[in-house]
Design a protein around this ligand. Structure first.
Ligand code: ATR
Length: 278
């Protein structure tokens, strides 16, 4: 028995292109290793347009779960046998489970991952007023999940107004907002890519306050200019590994039926990011 892999070992994988730099193998394998769960996680580079074949392969090979990333999220939503509410609303699937009856179930865990990272930090969302910066794929998943989490108001602030107007349709309490809406909000989420690899800020730092929770989805770098400004204003900060880790927790729970420890995944992600920056 080499590497502990036996004839009974179950497999999960990320499908996407490119997938070489995915953090998912590090996150999921860390939990399998720590708990002794007889699963392994690998990455399959699947060319655009071939997600349907990869999903059909789950059934013949008995692959227990997929994490789905670019460019397959919309194709996967069409190719699975059944999808959850979030995946239906978004037309996008980031998680596939091969069920015991041989059918495939697609879910979208990104938005709920952001919600759980906020709840995990000890903050309530019920009745909250929220500002979401961005209206792309990640922002849409967050807006959809916030709607189901019982928030009172979602102001969507985006560079391109058309995209904000389309995102409003996801949720009854969402509206097109302005940066000034941060004044009445208790949670600010940066769901744009601004802050990735440079010092740009997605909003005026003067709008940040000590009684605000500021969550960023950017995790490269982890200490974005936004989070540094938020910390300087005394705000509570949630970095981009919050959403990444908690959406992976939900994925693994769907595949194995067991809830993994977010702290194990976070430590693995931090170690992987640190190794890459050396
Ligand atoms: P993802 O899947 O990560 O959400 P996306 O769908 O391309 O990626 O969305 C990127 C988001 O970041 C969008 O809201 C985009 O704004 P636009 O709709 O105006 O394109 C936002 N974004 C990206 N670069 C930006 C920049 N330099 N300034 C402001 N917003 C930016």
């Amino acid at each position: 028995m080499r590497n502990g892999i036996t004839g009974a070992t179950r497999l999960a994988a990320v499908i996407g292109s490119p997938v070489r730099h995915s953090l998912s193998p590090a996150l999921h394998n860390a939990v399998f290793e720590a708990t002794g769960l007889d699963w392994r996680f690998v990455a399959f580079d699947v060319p655009a347009g071939r997600a349907g074949e990869a999903i059909a392969a789950m059934k013949v090979l008995g692959i227990g779960g997929y994490a789905v990333t670019m460019p397959h999220k919309a194709d996967a939503a069409r190719a699975v046998d059944e999808i959850d509410l979030a995946a239906r609303a978004l037309g996008s699937v980031n998680t596939i489970v091969l069920r015991a009856d041989g059918s495939t179930f697609g879910a979208s865990t990104d938005g709920q991952g952001l919600i759980e990272s906020v709840l995990h930090s000890g903050h309530s969302l019920s009745g909250a007023r929220v500002v979401v910066l961005g209206a792309g794929g990640a922002a849409r998943s967050i807006i959809d999940a916030l709607g189901r989490a019982g928030v009172a108001d979602i102001a969507i602030v985006n560079r391109t107004r058309d995209a904000a107007e389309r995102a409003v349709e996801l949720c009854a309490v969402a509206r097109v907002g302005t940066p000034g809406d941060v004044e009445g909000a208790s949670l600010l989420v940066n769901a744009t890519s601004v802050g990735m690899g440079h010092d740009d800020l997605p909003i005026e730092p003067a709008l940040l306050r000590h009684d605000l929770v500021v969550a960023d989805i950017v995790y490269h770098p982890l200490d974005t200019a936004l989070l540094r400004a938020a910390a300087a204003a005394g705000a509570t900060t949630i970095d981009g590994l919050g959403m990444l880790v908690h959406q992976a927790v939900l994925q693994q729970q769907l595949w194995t039926g067991q809830r993994p420890d977010p702290a194990v995944m976070r430590a693995a992600a931090e170690a992987e990011l640190a190794a890459r920056s050396r």
